[in-house]
Design a protein around this ligand. Structure first.
Ligand code: 5GP
Ligand code: ZN
Length: 116
């Protein structure tokens, strides 16, 4: 597994920084975003450190995205949104601020829910 001592998400994986985990398996962790754009905003990350989609091995992407339907369903059941965005930012210009690949799951509650 790749690891970066300076990376905040690697620290979350190790348990050195606390997080509210909603899912974990051998390869993937999902936890609530510290700054919720909507209720239930969750991040899904590979346990292996890769900075963005360009550095992400396809095999790692496959393992991560195979967990996404399960995590999205759990979020839908927990928060009862009427829709849900699955998205990923790559590069500062695209809004990436943490350089450990991650997917945002953003539950949507209709007009005025604070996102988009
Ligand atoms: P990006 O802007 O890179 O696509 O998303 C990074 C996300 O990580 C942001 O939504 C930010 O709120 C979240 N984040 C940054 N630091 C932490 C942290 O220490 N804990 C958690 N749970 N989320 C964090
Ligand atoms: Zn990392």
């Amino acid at each position: 597994m790749n690891h970066d001592d300076q990376c905040i998400f690697c620290k979350i994986i190790k348990g050195d920084i606390p997080s509210y985990k909603v899912y974990e398996d051998e390869n993937v962790v999902a936890f609530l975003d510290i700054s919720q754009v909507t209720k239930g905003h969750t991040l899904v990350i590979p346990k292996s450190h890769h900075k963005d989609v360009f550095a992400l091995p396809s095999e790692t992407a496959g393992k991560l995205f195979s967990a996404v339907p399960h995590i999205a369903t759990a979020i839908k059941e927990a928060f009862d949104p009427i829709g849900l965005n699955v998205l990923n930012n790559n590069g500062e210009a695209a809004g990436q601020s943490v350089f450990h690949y991650h997917v945002h799951i953003i539950p949507r509650y209709g007009k005025g829910d604070g996102f988009g």
